[in-house]
Each structure stands twice: as structure tokens, then as C-alpha cells.
Design a protein. Structure first.
Length: 86
């Protein structure tokens, strides 16, 4: 049963993390981050880092992996927001 729960966690982590890929790609491709909310990205980034710490504390690989990748993608969006100022 534990393996099924871990698999479900990895599936959920993959889907929610992958949801950011189109936004990162579109922002990079268009070089336009004007429509991205800086405050939303900052709040989300802090939340993702909090989930990452939580995942480490409970030793949950799906939570850790998903939030490491999501933190990187969110950081990229923050970088684009700063770099592509209009």
C-alpha cells in the first residue's frame, strides 16, 4: 500500500510541477513577463520553499522532488520578471 501512496504522490507532484512548464516556456520565448504578478510569484516561491522544508522534515521524496523542481521553475519566472522589464 505504501508504494501505491508514493506512486500517487509522484503522479500528483509531476502534474502540478509540469503545470508551470508552459508558463516558463512562453515567458522565455516571448521575453515578456509583464502579465506575471510579482507578489504572487514571491508568495508562491516562499510557499514552495516551505513545502520543501516540510518534505525534508517528513522525509517524503514526492514532496521534496516536486518542490525542488517547482522552486527552480518559480525562480526562473522571477528571474524573467526582473530581466524582461518593459
Amino acid at each position: 500500500m505504501t508504494n501505491a501512496i508514493e506512486i500517487l504522490g509522484f503522479v500528483a507532484a509531476t502534474l502540478t510541477t509540469a503545470a508551470f512548464l508552459p508558463q516558463v516556456y512562453q515567458t522565455w520565448r516571448t521575453k515578456n513577463a509583464q502579465s506575471l504578478s510579482l507578489y504572487m510569484l514571491l508568495i508562491f516561491f516562499v510557499g514552495v520553499l516551505s513545502w520543501l522544508v516540510y518534505g525534508v522534515l517528513i522525509n517524503s521524496m514526492p514532496v521534496i522532488v516536486a518542490n525542488v523542481v517547482t522552486a527552480i521553475l518559480t525562480f526562473m519566472l522571477l528571474f524573467f520578471k526582473y530581466t524582461y522589464k518593459n
